[in-house]
Write a protein of this length. Structure first.
Length: 291
């Protein structure tokens, strides 16, 4: 009888120990899970704080770069100068250079059909007005026009040259189409491809004055006329346009580059192209030329 009671006590003690061990194990598991969740939340919070700080610093650097652009524009700077300015927690530096000019290929932005692009053939004054007593593109100099990117749709091109003949302002217009579409456009366009640094599918050589050699399309503009600008309008499809001059092309405007930097080292850069004032697009359809 005593042996049975002792055995029963041992059994009860063993069962109690097992229950205590299970409770400890469960407590450890709960602690581990809670610690994992806590560390995850802390890590997420730290990451969010870091991202928010980077965004704030990036915005501060971008604002500083914008301030540099505004300072350059407000100062009516000409090509060449540089400048710096300090802001709370950031600084900016800007530089102004010329756009276009010389005999380098000048490229217009990608242009939708029906939208006008202008390339100036005459110099401008520092205040942006036309300098009619300065240099202008010679009327007897050839201009190589290129358009149509590889793999793109075929665009036609309307070309208008504005000039001053004595005291009268006039313009002459031609239209070119690489394919015949029944639109009475000129189709004598080079279509082999690889023109103007190999980037364009179509090419046409033009000359403002009368071509005595008969090698290019001339616009019959008097040789004594003063060229003002050439304007392009893509038709049917969008395209970018390249102009390769055989003589020096006047400067087309200026490019302002501004770099903003925060005290933590975040850097942002903005570049703005400031061209000269151009005529409204309506003018291309409102004037009547005698040529």
């Amino acid at each position: 009888m005593k042996k049975y009671q002792i055995s029963n006590i041992k059994y009860q003690i063993s069962k109690s120990q097992r229950n205590t061990g299970q409770a400890v194990l469960l407590l450890v598991l709960i602690t581990v899970v809670g610690l994992t969740i806590g560390l995850s939340l802390v890590s997420r919070t730290v990451s969010d704080i870091r991202i928010s700080s980077q965004l704030e610093q990036s915005g501060r650097a971008f604002s500083a770069a914008e301030a540099g652009i505004e300072t350059a524009l407000r100062s009516d700077v000409v090509a060449g100068p540089t400048g710096t300015l300090s802001l709370p927690g950031a600084s900016a530096s800007y530089q102004v250079t010329t756009q276009g000019g010389g005999t380098d290929i000048f490229t217009t932005p990608f242009t939708e059909a029906g939208i006008t692009q202008t390339v100036w053939l005459i110099e401008h004054n520092l205040d942006g007005t036309i300098n009619e007593s300065g240099y202008y593109y010679p009327t007897d100099s050839t201009i190589e026009l290129c358009w149509g990117q590889s793999g793109g749709t075929v665009a036609a091109l309307v070309v208008s040259i504005y000039y001053k003949d004595g005291t009268n302002y006039r313009y002459a217009k031609r239209a070119y189409d690489p394919i015949a579409r029944g639109n009475n456009f000129l189709t004598n366009v080079d279509t082999t491809g690889g023109y103007c640094s190999g980037l364009y599918n179509y090419r046409k050589f033009i000359i403002p004055a009368t071509d005595t050699n008969g090698n290019t399309d001339d616009f019959s503009i008097p040789g004594t006329a003063q060229l003002l600008m050439i304007r392009f309008i893509p038709v049917y499809n969008a395209t970018s346009i390249a102009l390769a001059p055989s003589s020096n092309l006047p400067v087309q405007g200026q490019v302002i580059s501004s770099v903003g930097q925060t005290s933590t080292g975040i850097v942002r850069k903005i570049q703005v192209t400031q061209g000269y004032w151009v005529l409204p697009q309506l003018l291309d359809f409102a004037l009547v030329t005698e040529n």
